[in-house]
Design a protein around this ligand. Structure first.
Ligand code: FE2
Length: 427
């Protein structure tokens, strides 16, 4: 290891990529920090292909009451397919599921120039995606699984709750686990709370931090991926390079059958409907996504067992922090959200925590998953900041339980301290 690398994370303090927008200044700083003699930096070969052939993951996604997909990336065509699963509470059946290894060709190389020793390159070449589509599961039940390729590679998923069941999820956003150790400390505190699935508010990984590749991201995030289904919104950092959205973000988290577009979708647990928006595309009423949202809110409100809808998005409708808000969309949707029983909006992008109570709707910014903490008061002069109840610049995630009495949230920081608790009444 060359000595210049070890001290470079300290240079990141104060770099402006915390605001989730342009990375030009960070890139300039990285360029300035790099040694002049590039010949001293041999091309990083990326992580070695392990004996199991399992290179990234597994993770689970596309949760329904009776099905889920377990997905992983293999680095060899002949990696053993399949997995074994059983109910977490104990149960008889072990079942092997066949998977299909689908080749995927990666053309670009990505290097974490400030921390290649912690985050190997994402390298060009062919990888093999495995999707184990498991059906016939019991609603409201958690399962443990092990990959047949290596039974020590394990995880957990839970099916959606039946009508009226207790819905338990963890909300987190803006995860940059190799920026420092905040994400790892945070996951050690919140994963044991035992949520059934993960609502990720977007900005899942940060090439722009220059400390992180997907090859480094996956091992760091495995405790979260092993907790339950990853149900993310996509953020601006899913578009950091021309190839990232298709070759990485959607390859890992995309699924065409959610009921919307690949990048906006909805899913359900216990009569609670989660409408996940892509704020890199227009969301206003009358746009394709806005039309889809409004129609979906109306449709699910008529379904048997419906209790409430929740919106999940990356860029905020309302914030006092160090970036833009979409005040126009918030006001345009206010009557629609009230009409179709949407009492709770989960947003991210601003690196810290905020909770607003506006016209009977709770808006939370949960963007403290590990990205450099921002200025939560940069736009405190906005009129709606008078309706902000709690805020702070700290790393955190939000554990949420929805039962017959309401939506109960607990905000936990990376030291395990409770920073906020609140209950949203069911509409
Ligand atoms: Fe962002």
């Amino acid at each position: 290891m060359r000595s210049w690398i070890a001290g470079l994370p300290l240079l990141l303090v104060g770099l402006p990529f915390a605001a989730c927008s342009s990375s030009k200044s960070a890139a300039d700083a990285a360029d300035a920090a790099a040694p002049d003699d590039d010949s001293a930096a041999p091309e990083n070969p990326g992580p070695p292909c392990p004996a199991s052939g399992v290179a990234k993951g597994p993770l689970s996604l596309a949760m329904t009451r009776t099905s889920v997909i377990v997905r992983w990336e293999a680095c060899r065509a002949d990696a053993t397919p399949g997995l074994v699963y059983r109910p977490e509470s104990g149960g008889a059946a072990d079942t092997a599921i066949a998977t299909v290894a689908k080749p995927f060709v990666l053309k670009e190389r990505h290097t974490a120039v400030l921390g290649p020793q912690r985050s190997p390159d994402d390298v060009p070449g062919t990888v093999y995606m495995h999707d184990a589509a498991i059906s016939g599961l019991t609603p409201g039940t958690c399962y443990r699984y092990e990959l047949a390729a290596d039974r020590t590679i394990a995880g957990r998923f839970c099916t959606s709750q039946p009508d009226g069941g207790k819905v338990h999820f963890l909300a987190i956003g803006d995860t940059n686990p190799l920026l420092g150790d905040a994400t790892s400390k945070l996951l050690a505190k919140v994963v044991p709370m035992g949520a059934d699935f993960v609502v990720h508010g977007g900005d899942i990984q940060y090439y722009d931090s220059h400390l992180e590749t997907w090859a480094g991201w996956f091992p760091s995030m495995q405790p979260l991926l092993a907790l339950g289904a990853m149900q993310p919104a996509l953020g601006n950092h899913e578009h950091e390079t021309d190839d990232e959205l298709d070759d990485y973000s959607l390859r890992f988290f995309g699924h065409p059958d959610f009921g919307g577009d690949t990048m906006w979708y909805r899913y359900e647990s216990g009569g609670i409907w989660f409408h996940v928006l892509d704020t890199e595309e227009p969301i206003e009423p009358g746009t394709p996504q806005g039309t889809w949202l409004t129609a979906g809110l109306a449709e699910v409100a008529t379904k048997p067992g419906f209790r409430a809808s929740i919106l999940v998005m990356h860029r905020p409708l309302v914030t006092c922090g160090d970036n833009a808000e979409n005040d126009g969309a918030r006001k345009a949707y206010a009557s629609t959200l009230a009409q179709y029983k949407v009492p709770f909006v989960i947003q991210a992008h601003i690196h810290g925590y905020e909770r607003f109570e506006i016209d009977g709707i709770t808006y939370v910014t949960t963007g403290g998953g590990g990205g450099l903490i921002g200025d939560m008061n940069a736009n405190i002069s906005r009129a709606e900041c008078g309706m902000r109840k709690v805020s702070g610049g700290f790393f955190h995630a939000m554990d949420v339980v929805i039962d017959g009495t309401g939506i109960h949230a607990t905000v936990i920081d990376d030291a395990g301290a409770t920073r906020d608790t609140f209950t949203v009444a069911m509409p």
